[in-house]
Design a protein around this ligand. Structure first.
Ligand SMILES: CC(C)(COP(=O)(O)OP(=O)(O)OC[C@H]1O[C@@H](n2cnc3c(N)ncnc32)[C@H](O)[C@@H]1OP(=O)(O)O)[C@@H](O)C(=O)NCCC(=O)NCCS
Length: 293
């Protein structure tokens, strides 16, 4: 029977992590990002032992063979599905004490990421994910929730990256701001506000001498397959540029994040260029501007 489309929200178990990466990468990009997807599964598996939860929105009953995927084109429905269900979106959260984002706080559920795939935008998928998130985190006795959001950070020019307006709709309020990143918080009961852990360059930059190389650092994590790819391209394109010393910092581990105060981004000579996940174009342009090609 061709019933109405149905959505189910549920928490993933450790043996279902293919569902936790499927929505992250559009089908045309999966071969390129294969290794990044493997790393994401490893990251999530490790973090599940620290009480990371992954809620996914599964859509039933989409009978069309192809769907419009804004920004990509027509995509086969079966390439968005596993076991006959489309993974339309996910929300990933973890106790703030364990997150690999540069924040600290007490007994708050920290949202690492919420993502709805473009064919399902504006169909209340995220609203349902958030409702389920609030139910679960109340049951889990968290005192509140927090997220790092952004204002007017446009990704690939067509969507807002972790937009603060979205979290505002669900009662989150700004508690700190660092450039474009906004730490948002929702108090359930007697919670203390969270704080940012701010960027600390490992060495204080000295005035640069003419012959010195430019020091750049790219921060990436297995949490996001895309960040692995940007790292890989930067390695390939810029390792031979003699005036740039390019280092890569993997931030899967919270100890590293606490040391630097950054988990995704780019710094040049100790100055933050991006304090969020930069796109490859952004990294390439920033490094080209300091490279002697
Ligand atoms: C923001 C996001 C989660 C919204 O998902 P969604 O399923 O389309 O949202 P919903 O349909 O549940 O809508 C929730 C509210 O947001 C509003 N909304 C959703 N998309 C909007 C848009 N592009 N512009 C303005 N308002 C929008 C809806 O109107 C609704 O508001 P209302 O409750 O007042 O009517 C989704 O666009 C997304 O995944 N964006 C990228 C997030 C990101 O950067 N993640 C990290 C990278 S992987």
């Amino acid at each position: 029977m061709a019933g109405p489309q149905r959505m189910e929200i549920r928490e993933l178990r450790e043996n279902e992590l293919d569902l936790a990466v499927l929505p992250c990468v559009d089908p045309g990009f999966r071969r390129t990002l294969k290794q990044g997807m493997v790393l994401r599964k490893e990251f999530v598996k490790k973090m599940m032992r620290m009480r990371l939860s992954m809620l996914v929105a599964l859509e039933d009953g989409v009978k069309k063979e192809k769907m419009d995927y804004p920004g990509v084109g027509k995509v086969r429905t079966k390439d968005l599905s596993l076991q006959g269900k489309i993974v339309a979106g996910l929300i990933e959260y973890v106790p703030i004490e364990k997150t690999s984002f540069p924040v600290e706080g007490k007994n708050l559920a920290f949202i690492d990421c919420i993502w709805v795939i473009p064919p399902f935008w504006r169909k209340k998928v995220a609203t349902n994910l958030m409702k389920n998130f609030f139910e679960k985190t109340h049951e889990q006795n968290f005192s509140g929730a927090a997220v790092t959001a952004y204002q007017k950070e446009s990704w690939w020019g067509f969507f807002d990256y972790m937009p603060s307006w979205f979290f505002q709709k669900f009662g989150f309020r700004q508690v700190e701001r660092n450039g474009n990143s906004i730490l948002m918080f929702k108090n359930y009961k007697d919670a203390q506000s969270p704080k940012f852990i701010l960027y600390q360059p490992k060495s204080t930059p000295k005035p640069k001498q003419k012959s010195e190389r430019t020091k750049a650092e790219l921060f990436w994590s297995g949490q996001c397959p895309y960040s692995w790819w940007v790292k890989k391209l930067a390695e390939k394109e810029f390792h031979k540029i003699s005036n740039i010393e390019l280092n890569f910092v993997n931030t899967d581990d919270r100890t590293t994040v606490k040391e630097f105060g950054i988990n995704f981004g780019l710094t040049i000579n100790g100055k933050i260029i991006y304090n969020r996940m930069p796109s490859w174009d952004e990294v390439r342009k920033a490094l080209e501007s300091v490279a002697s090609l």
